[in-house]
Ligand binder design. Structure first.
Ligand code: ZN
Length: 160
């Protein structure tokens, strides 16, 4: 069986940045299971896995455009210090901010001045080229329920 749309794929992976630092890894955990062709994983990795078989290993270099996007300067903003109330804000800290639209966003503190705080609302991996070491562990057909939900159930997937 080969990886194609609507297959459930389990992978072991290690993600490193361009400096070789490990950002994420499935090592020591169950393999990651995802529904191929449903945008569960970043496009550059999903495309590279198309047509692969169980047991295949591959190295994938994913440019920012195929990963978490390029760094958007418009998402770096100065906000009044008062917006953080009494919180002792320091550069490098991260906050999860609830937006008016769907979902929450991770906000990173860039710098702290007397009256203003510079924040960066880009994805932490925006602008980064990502290197994946991937091994395909298994491939199976998705169930109708998984296709309806757009994600994997059971081992390595959603439990609900
Ligand atoms: Zn579900």
């Amino acid at each position: 069986m080969q990886i194609a749309k609507n297959k459930v794929v389990s992978i072991e992976y290690t993600l490193t940045d361009s400096a070789g630092s490990v950002l994420d890894s499935s090592s020591g955990q169950a393999p990651l299971a995802y529904l191929h062709g449903s945008g569960n994983i970043i496009p550059g990795l999903e495309n590279a896995l198309e047509g692969k078989s169980a047991g295949d290993s591959l190295k994938v270099v994913v440019p920012p455009e195929q990963a978490y996007g390029i760094h958007d300067a418009k998402l770096v903003q100065d906000v009044p210090r008062t917006a953080f109330g009494k919180t002792d804000v320091k550069p490098g800290m991260q906050f999860r901010a609830e937006g008016p639209n769907a979902g929450s966003r991770l906000i990173k503190i860039v710098s702290v001045k007397q009256d203003t705080i510079q924040i960066d609302a880009n994805h932490p991996l925006a602008g980064q080229t990502l290197n994946f070491d991937v091994k395909v562990v298994s491939i199976r057909d998705a169930s109708q329920e998984e296709l309806d939900h757009g994600h994997v159930h059971g081992a390595g997937g959603h439990h609900h």
